[in-house]
Write a protein that binds this ligand. Structure first.
Ligand SMILES: Cc1cc2nc3c(=O)[nH]c(=O)nc-3n(C[C@H](O)[C@H](O)[C@H](O)COP(=O)(O)OP(=O)(O)OC[C@H]3O[C@@H](n4cnc5c(N)ncnc54)[C@H](O)[C@@H]3O)c2cc1C
Ligand code: FES
Length: 340
């Protein structure tokens, strides 16, 4: 019996992972793992069990053309009651996790093990779950909720470490003049402080590397890109060019220069372009908003996967420009750092 790891991603960003046998249809494999996706006919005729397979290979058994058209097949839509996985797969469903899952999202108690300001506004926070806690199984690009010690609040933060690393999780957090997490980090945080880590969540995650990659990161929007780049380097996925456009308000807010430089030594074909809105004397790279670095020639005639992460106006500007260029929106993945 050959099994593969299957990840379901629901509309609210919550994910669930389980092993599925090639012999079972995916609906049944999920049910064996206490995940009950929406179904009706179980015969490939009603389309109730439809999802989109964003990663991995599979076969579909019997289905009608009314339930799954050729266009839908081309978009990798799948009828999970007829689907048999042939590799690890990620499948997205257009409804919230509470429909399919009875349990609450995973929560772990963790402790602050490292805290350091690594640029004028960015804190590096490393947390370690208590010994014995199960590793957080996420896809690079995703995020968790971190509780703010001393309050009843929590905030969302993207993993900045590779997905296969476990036991130690790194986050890059912009410290604002005022804010629940910002006040905690700048005024009270101490190694050993307890935090609750809940998740993972998110639709912003690394897709199969089948074409060149363009990343646009604003400020701490670099965090999930580092998780993705670390994962690509560790997996030896080095044969596609990657262009990272990375901007901040001022040069002293930029961070992770050494890490970015090291990716070349790791074999990644990465070109990074920097950009700041307010250049100080001596700044010799681009100025303005990072989206100003987007230009037609880097889109590889439409054949590139695009990852956008940062403040909402940055994402809106990038998406508007990509739409003007007619870039296929299924190749554009975005995470807006809205106040959480
Ligand atoms: C999916 C996702 C992933 C994210 N990942 C990251 C990440 O990796 N790194 C990162 O830096 N951020 C990330 N964010 C943003 C992050 O979740 C927080 O929104 C951010 O860190 C601010 O949190 P805070 O508690 O410091 O500020 P908040 O308390 O949320 O305050 C937000 C804003 O409100 C203002 N404000 C607060 N209190 C008051 C008040 N009493 N009166 C008026 N104004 C007030 C603050 O000045 C601030 O501008 C992410 C967001 C999302 C949705
Ligand atoms: S449940 Fe009807 S097509 Fe799958």
């Amino acid at each position: 019996m050959t099994t593969h790891e299957v990840t379901f991603v629901f509309e609210d960003g919550r994910i669930v992972k389980f092993d599925a046998s090639e012999d079972d249809n995916l609906y049944f494999a999920a049910l064996k793992n206490k995940v009950r996706i929406l179904t009706d006919c179980l015969e490939g005729a009603c389309a109730t069990c439809k999802g989109v397979c964003t990663s991995g290979s599979y076969e579909l058994a019997e289905y009608t053309e009314e339930a799954l058209t050729q266009d839908e097949i081309d978009r990798r839509e799948v009828l999970t009651c007829q689907m048999h996985v042939k590799s690890d797969c990620v499948i997205e469903f257009p409804y919230e996790s509470r429909v399919a899952l009875k349990s609450k999202p995973d929560s772990r108690v963790a402790r602050v093990s490292e805290l350091e300001m690594i640029s004028s506004t960015v804190a590096k926070l490393v947390v370690e779950p208590d010994a014995g806690a199960s590793p957080i199984s996420f896809i690079p690009g995703q995020y968790v909720h971190l509780s703010v010690p001393g309050t009843s609040e929590h905030r969302s933060y993207s993993f900045a470490n590779a997905a296969f690393e476990s036991g130690r999780y790194t986050f890059y957090i912009k410290v604002l003049e005022q804010g629940a997490m910002s006040d905690y980090l700048s005024q009270r945080a101490q190694p050993g402080d307890e935090m609750t880590v809940t998740g993972p969540f998110g639709h912003f995650y690394l897709r199969p590397v089948e074409r060149p990659i363009v990343m646009v990161a604003g400020g701490t929007g670099l965090a999930p890109m580092l998780s993705i780049l670390d994962t690509l380097a560790a997996n030896g996925e080095t044969d596609r060019p990657i262009r990272l456009l990375y901007g901040a308000n001022a040069a002293d807010e930029l961070f992770a220069f050494d890490q970015l430089a090291k990716y070349a030594a790791d074999g990644l074909d990465l070109v990074t372009e920097f950009c700041v809105v307010e250049p100080a004397d001596g700044w010799n790279a681009a100025t303005g908003h990072v989206t100003g670095l987007l230009r037609e020639e880097i889109l590889n005639a439409g054949d590139c996967e695009i990852y956008l992460c940062g403040p909402p106006p940055m994402i809106d500007a990038a998406e508007a420009w990509l739409s003007e260029q007619g870039h296929d929106s299924s190749l554009v993945h975005a995470e807006k750092f809205v106040p959480s």
